[in-house]
Structures are given as C-alpha cells and as structure tokens.
Unconditional design. Structure first.
Length: 134
C-alpha cells in the first residue's frame, strides 16, 4: 500500500476534516502546491480557492473552497487553518450573485479605507467562488 498523508482542515468553528489522503492540492498565495506523504516541512498562506483532496491515486478529488488561511506541512502531515471552508455543491449561484451585488453596493458607499478594505476582501473570495460555480 502506498504511503498516505495525514491531513486536517480546521476552521474557527470546528474540525472540518481529519483523514488520510494520497495527495492534497492547496491554493497557496504564491500558487497551488501539492502536499504528498513525506513532504518537506513548509508553511504557506492560502488565497481564496479550492483545496483538492485525493484520497486515492487516480480518483476524482473531493473539493472544498476556502476563503483563505494558513497551511503547514510537518512530519505529522498537513494542517490547513481555514478562515472558512465551503463544499462547492452546497453553493447557490443565485444567492452568491446577490451577495456580490450587495457587497459592490457596500463598496460604493464605504466610509473609509478600513471599511473599503473589508468589503474588497469579501468581494475577492466571492468572485473566486463565483468563477467556480457559474
């Protein structure tokens, strides 16, 4: 049997996944990277995007959208600390489009740079998610 990678995906609310996989592809800030068994230790911030979990080689991956976060690979495996994770099949495209429109309206009336930056961050992950579910 091939080596397996232990991984966890954790959000502020709960442990989302704790399993073994052949490979996990992570949307790192500097580009996607694949975490494999016996991977060299590293840390990376995560941009909004899809984490692909290949439980066995050659099968279709489980996909989770993450808003952002941090990934750490160590001798124990991969830990993803996600701001939030969303199963793609649970996304309602019409609801997401409405949230984007609301956020764009909020951006137009943002009172200051801090409020504008907060809305822009929300728009960034919603736009990335919208491209995947459209």
């Amino acid at each position: 049997m091939a080596d397996m990678l232990h991984f966890e995906i954790v959000s502020p609310e709960r442990l989302l996944k704790d399993a073994q996989a052949a490979m996990v592809v992570v949307p790192g800030s500097d580009g996607d990277f694949a975490a494999l068994p016996a991977h060299a230790p590293m840390m990376s911030t995560i941009r909004p995007g899809v984490v692909e979990i290949y439980e066995t080689e050659g099968e279709n991956p489980e996909q989770l959208f993450v808003k952002g976060g941090l990934a750490q690979i160590s001798a124990e495996g991969l830990t993803i600390l996600a701001e939030e994770a969303i199963h793609l099949e649970e996304v309602d495209a019409a609801d997401l489009a409405q949230k984007i429109a609301d956020a764009e309206s909020d951006l137009a009336v943002a009172a200051d740079d801090v409020a504008r930056a907060a809305v822009e961050k929300e728009l960034a992950w919603m736009a990335a998610l919208s491209e995947l579910v459209s």
